[in-house]
Design a protein around this ligand. Structure first.
Ligand code: 5MM
Length: 341
């Protein structure tokens, strides 16, 4: 299969009805924080056990079409000795890899960030392909204040995200592009909408400049929501605001938009995804999930680092993934939360 055919096949697998993506790609500091929230120590062995538990959950392939991993995981094995990427493939789940090297201060800015990781990226990708990864992810982040993000930050981040996507496609790997507008701050819904629109607009301009094939990317944006701690409008209002921004900025050639959860509770993220899919009006893309915390929080709570809880943790994962699968089709309702409990 040629490079474009390979990417088309990966997109087809990732976007099958009822399926979304699990982000299990936390770097060492992030996974340490996530696990410690549930009293679990982060060691090479606990990370292996936990991520293997996710990938081997029986039946999870019905709801999860791809898992994004951190590079450590690609070389780790399940309890039965299978490499974790192979265990994914055994459930028809596409293994993916987060390839950015995190955010650093953007020199010359007022404390804004730019994501790094382009150096030797092509060579690194060749290694990840050998380990079984078929798609990639890179995250930029944008902070909202009354004055920020600046044009400098918008343009610098769009440029690196587009360069990353072009390099991934040169290796036949589908790039997930993740421009995350953070929920931190006291801003309202309209301000989040304006910043998200600016971030998406500059991103798609840069993707065009770098001749990225739009049919072979997945966009991973934030939902449009007010800042943390601000009164939350109805899920329908947030869904409409999110769709308005996407309709203004994301070409119909993009096959799939898989949202991040951004610090929402599991229930909030699912309800918003459902409302987005239930909304009237033009929606030329698949609208699904690529959640980390909103999928994993209940799993980590059920596991608590105790091996005997592994079955309960897998059950929690399956239930949460199933609810998000329903939301991806607009068939979820809040009453299912208690039904499933
Ligand atoms: C925004 O973070 C991504 C989505 O997670 P949520 O659904 O929890 O918002 C997530 O994939 C993130 O990129 C990873 O957790 C990796 O984070 P770090 O900062 O360790 O690269």
């Amino acid at each position: 299969m040629d490079r474009i055919g390979q990417m088309q096949h990966t997109i087809e697998r990732l976007t099958r009805p009822g399926r979304g993506i699990l982000a299990a790609d936390e770097s060492y500091p992030t996974i340490t924080k996530r696990l410690s929230d549930f009293g679990i120590e982060s060691t090479e062995e606990t990370r292996r056990f936990y991520r293997s538990l996710l990938a081997t959950t029986p039946g999870i392939g019905d709801y999860v079409g791809g898992i994004i991993f951190f590079e450590e995981t690609l070389g780790q094995r399940t309890d039965s000795g299978q490499l974790i990427p192979a265990a994914c493939e055994a459930q028809d789940i596409v293994p993916g890899i987060k390839v950015d090297k995190g955010a650093v201060e953007l020199a010359g800015s007022d404390g804004e960030k730019v994501t790094q990781g382009l150096d030797n990226l092509g060579d690194r990708l060749d290694g990840y392909v050998e380990q079984g990864a078929l798609f990639t992810k890179w995250r930029n982040l944008y902070q909202i204040t009354p004055a920020l993000p600046s044009r400098q930050a918008l343009e610098a981040n769009a440029e690196v995200l587009a360069r990353y996507a072009a390099i991934a496609q040169s290796r036949g790997m589908v790039p997930i592009v993740e421009p995350e507008v953070l929920m931190d701050g006291d801003h309202d819904l309209d301000r989040c909408a304006a910043v998200t629109e600016a971030a998406q607009a500059s991103l798609f301009e840069a993707l065009r400049r770098h001749r990225v094939l739009l049919e072979a990317i997945i966009l991973k944006p934030n939902m449009v929501l007010p800042g943390k701690g601000q009164p939350r409008p109805s899920v329908e209002t947030c869904a409409e605001a999110t769709l308005q921004v996407l309709r203004r900025t994301v070409p119909a050639a993009v096959p799939s938009i898989n949202f991040l959860s951004g610090g929402q509770t599991s229930e909030e993220a699912t309800a918003h995804l459902n409302a987005i899919n239930q909304a009237e009006g033009a929606k030329p893309w698949v609208l699904s999930f690529s959640f980390s915390r909103a999928l994993q929080n209940p799993v980590q709570a059920a596991w608590a680092g105790v091996a005997e809880n592994a079955d309960a943790a897998q059950q929690a994962f399956l239930q949460r993934a199933k609810l998000n699968s329903l939301a991806r089709e607009g068939r979820y309702s809040a009453s299912m939360e208690t039904d499933n409990a």
